[in-house]
Design a protein around this ligand. Structure first.
Ligand SMILES: *Cc1c(COP(=O)(O)O)cnc(C)c1O
Length: 678
């Protein structure tokens, strides 16, 4: 739908282009209105789109702080800034991951409520029984919470590997909940899964490869345990977006239709066709278009009824994951969004399956879904602080003197005369003069000081032009990058590689915003640069209503007003905290140790009638721990430094005080957090 609409707009633009070749709708224009007298929290709500992606869990209070309502609409909320400061007082350094267990509970409840509603609405004569795919976030406290919160719904777990199976077997205690066994399997995996039946588990072994059939037949015969087997189908339905290639004939996973028939034959020949009870598919994650989901369900429903017709004892249809999250709040089929809600999703699944079964007069299956992202994303908030900023333009330029170089006088003249009529022309002039200044410098005609002066004037021109551009509804093409060129760099206490790997790896968008000062206009535009010495360690794409924006509206850093002695700090700058939201799925486990920035501190927060309670504190890595991952032993390191210090002392290259200080610092670093303390 939206694709068609855009193309219609494009065509109409095409016809206009003859008259206004360089004018086009300004998609990147900031939604902040700099001309407004007073900035309100409503302006911040709109700017950061918090209702779009945050409802019902995140909003802004009158103090201009982000608030969290972990139970959604059912009341109880807390001030995120106050929480962060309280946690810092407990010596929990930033970056910090805050998990709200009540949000997790709410997500599970919501998903089950949506399916219950759909089942009632369509009079589906069967049930829904979801599972949580452990790979989405394997942290122990989270999986344990999930099992606990899922108990009323007999919510189960899905394992995609032997280590995940190990977690699932020990953690899942809910009677009658399902244990979906996915992933590539060896004999040990299958044996373990089957033996788990003896502990009261209900393992469903999903065949991902034809080779696994014989293995299951053999192990089942050997253990004399009747398995419940499923097949994972490779659907022909094409996915969309980043994970679009998870389906189709060349997909990595699943069995083609001929392979499924081979499995049926092998099981039939072994007298085990009764064991084949489940059809599974997974068309990829973050499916942003409901039409794709519908197509997949329709195709899968047909495979399901056909398998039943072939004599398999079909009981379950497992629709996998893919239920998307609206990261940008635009409610579109953009990759960071979705054009449907959870209820639409449940409705379509229930209705399609019912229709397919009714058409063949077959009993309906128990419906299973494996939503990871949709369950785990909202509960984690990543909080980090800004260490410093850098701007291309540090101060307004001094007026030019008579005797200054011509190029500098030209730049000054350009700067002085910029107005709403000529800014586009002035921009090109400024670029040209700046280029000339650089050439003159390279040829030895301009001193370093003169070059600095020219550059400063150039940035001053750009700054003035940008301010005019921002007041316009239409931005000429050639000025579109100006916002990006002029962006400040906000240096943040974070490793993108450790804490937001998908932002680096696949350009995934996450909502990011300050968690305080939201009653104050964010007058700066910036990108975020992380602590690593890697040019990729940055975030320069941010959510927007249309497409993405290349800069984020942020506040200038300011001096510390009241020194709070109980929060450890080393600068006299007031902390500026940013939150990255919807971070609970996939990021933690995919994070890596680039530059040896380790796991970050994490806390689990639960609402209580009187406020909140810190359920668990999971301390992040110390330097000693990350060094251990790369096989360095802290004691050996200290010993080696101690010996060298001793030698330097004997050679009179270091004083006793210096040596003591060096060793003290060295040892302290080893036991400290890998991030900076501000
Ligand atoms: C990853 C995965 C999921 C979870 O997908 P989400 O999009 O996070 O819900 C479910 N099932 C299987 C088989 C998976 O591999």
């Amino acid at each position: 739908m939206s694709v068609e609409l855009t193309s219609i707009i494009d065509i109409s633009n095409e016809t206009q282009k003859e008259h206004y070749p360089e004018i086009r709708p300004n998609a990147h224009r900031s939604s902040a209105t700099p001309t407004r007298q007073t900035w309100t929290i409503e302006d911040s709500e709109k700017l950061y789109r918090i209702q779009g992606w945050g409802e019902p869990y995140f909003s802004i209070n009158a103090a201009g702080h982000v608030t969290v309502s972990p139970k959604g609409d059912r009341g109880g909320s807390l001030d995120l800034l106050e929480l962060v400061e309280a946690l810092r007082k407990r010596n929990l350094g930033l970056p910090l991951l805050i998990r709200f267990s009540d949000i997790l509970a709410d997500r599970i409840e919501r998903l089950n409520a949506c399916f219950a509603k759909a089942i009632a609405r369509y009079k589906y004569p069967g049930t829904y029984q979801g599972v949580y795919p452990v790979k989405c976030n394997q942290q122990r406290h989270l999986v344990e919470d999930l099992v606990r919160f899922g108990e009323p719904y007999q919510f189960g777990l899905e394992a995609g590997s032997k280590p995940e199976l190990t977690i699932a077997l020990a953690t899942l205690k809910t009677p009658n909940s399902l244990l979906i066994c996915n992933g590539y399997k060896d004999r040990e995996y299958i044996e373990t899964a089957l033996l788990a039946t003896r502990l009261g588990h209900r393992p469903l072994i999903v065949l991902e490869q034809v080779e696994e059939v014989q293995l299951v037949i053999d192990v089942a015969a050997q253990l004399a345990i009747e398995p419940v087997v499923g097949v994972r189908a490779k659907l022909s339905t094409k996915g969309t977006g980043r994970w679009g290639t998870s389906t189709g004939d060349r997909a990595k996973f699943g069995l083609t239709i001929p392979e499924i028939l081979t499995c049926v034959e092998l099981l039939r020949n072994a007298g085990m066709l009764n064991s084949l009870q489940l059809l599974h598919f997974h068309i990829g994650s973050q499916i942003s278009a409901i039409s794709v989901i519908k197509d997949a369900i329709r195709e899968a429903s047909q495979i399901y009824v056909e398998l039943r017709a072939l004599g398999a004892n079909m009981q379950y249809l497992d629709v996998g994951g893919g239920l998307a999250i609206d990261y940008d709040g635009s409610k579109t089929n953009f990759h960071a969004s979705k054009n449907y809600n959870m209820q639409n999703y449940a409705n379509d699944i229930v209705a399609e399956v019912k229709e397919a079964c009714e058409a063949r007069q077959l009993p309906v299956p128990t419906l299973i879904s494996e939503s990871g992202r949709a369950i785990a994303s909202h509960q984690s908030v990543l909080i980090f602080d800004v260490l410093s900023t850098s701007n291309v333009l540090s101060k307004e330029p001094e007026p030019v003197q008579e005797r200054e170089h011509l190029i500098i006088r030209n730049l000054w003249e350009t700067y002085r005369t910029i107005n709403i009529e000529n800014y586009q022309e002035a921009y090109h002039d400024a670029i040209q003069f700046n280029e000339e200044a650089k050439s003159l410098f390279s040829l030895g005609y301009l001193s370093l000081i003169q070059r600095a002066r020219a550059e400063q004037l150039y940035w001053a021109c750009c700054d003035r032009i940008l301010k005019l551009v921002r007041t316009q509804d239409y931005v000429p093409d050639d000025l579109e990058d100006l916002e990006k060129i002029m962006a400040s760099i906000y240096y943040v206490n974070l490793s993108v590689f450790q804490s937001v790997p998908d932002s680096w790896a696949i350009n995934q968008l996450f909502p990011i915003m300050p968690i305080h000062r939201l009653n104050e206009e964010p007058t700066c535009r910036g990108i975020l640069a992380d602590l690593t010495c890697d040019s990729d360690g940055k975030i320069d794409q941010f959510i927007d209503l249309r497409d993405v924006k290349s800069v984020l509206e942020l506040h200038p850093l300011r001096e510390r007003r009241s020194i709070s002695a109980s929060i450890p700090h080393s600068s006299n700058q007031e902390p500026y905290y940013l939150g990255l939201f919807l971070a609970g799925a996939y990021q933690e486990i995919m994070g890596n140790l680039h530059n040896l920035f380790g796991d970050i501190n994490a806390v689990h927060i639960q609402l209580t009638p009187r406020g909140y309670e810190i359920e668990h504190v999971v301390k992040g890595d110390t330097v000693t721990e990350v060094l251990g991952y790369v096989q360095y032993d802290a004691e050996d390191l200290v010993e080696s430094i101690r010996r060298r210090t001793e030698q330097a002392l004997q050679d009179n290259h270091i004083t006793l005080e210096e040596s003591q200080r060096l060793l003290k610092n060295y040892e302290q670093s080893l036991s400290s957090y890998t991030y900076l303390s501000s």
